[in-house]
Design a protein around this ligand. Structure first.
Ligand code: FES
Ligand code: FES
Length: 158
């Protein structure tokens, strides 16, 4: 039976009627039109649908919307502030960390969770923690370079 839940997404509160089997990904894209969260495999294998839930990276295709109720959800649409790209977004652009861009929202949100937990992770840690985010275009080298550039004090903008 459908029920009404409240979701906090990028600081905004939404009251939504959802089925118990609706995933967070379905609600974000199909009900709210937040298309920045990508549907790749829809079965937990590619990382394209990654969002932050209470600051941790989650695969929104594997999370039921009802389980996200009352938690703080951040999608890629919530990162830029006042028209300025988040430092990670800027780094991906500047370092050429994307081509088609399909994997990029998930990559950036996973990277944000990593950097929020540890300010200066090693390259090995970044590679390990981003292993679940697949890209069919870039080959990963520039992705890692982009994230590493944000960990360097001189490159960190906040
Ligand atoms: S769409 Fe969720 S992991 Fe691929
Ligand atoms: S940039 Fe195309 S899938 Fe990653």
């Amino acid at each position: 039976m459908k029920r009404i839940i409240e979701l906090n997404i990028n600081g905004d509160a939404y009251e939504l009627l959802v089925s118990p089997n609706h995933t967070l990904l379905e609600v974000l894209r199909d009900k709210l039109g937040l298309m920045g969260t990508k549907r790749g495999c829809d079965l937990g294998a590619c990382g394209a649908c990654t969002v932050l839930v209470d600051g941790e990276a989650y695969l929104s295709c594997l999370m039921l919307a009802v389980d996200a109720a009352g938690r703080k959800i951040t999608t890629i649409e919530g990162l830029a502030e006042g028209g300025d790209l988040h430092p990670l977004q800027r780094a991906f652009v500047d370092k050429g960390g994307l081509q088609c861009g399909f994997c990029t929202p998930g990559m950036i949100l996973t990277a944000k969770a990593i950097l929020d937990e540890e300010e200066h992770p090693t390259e090995a840690v970044i590679k390990k923690k981003m292993a679940g985010n697949l890209c069919r275009c870039t080959g990963y080298k520039k992705v890692v370079e982009a994230v590493m550039s944000v960990t360097e004090p001189a490159g960190k903008e906040g």
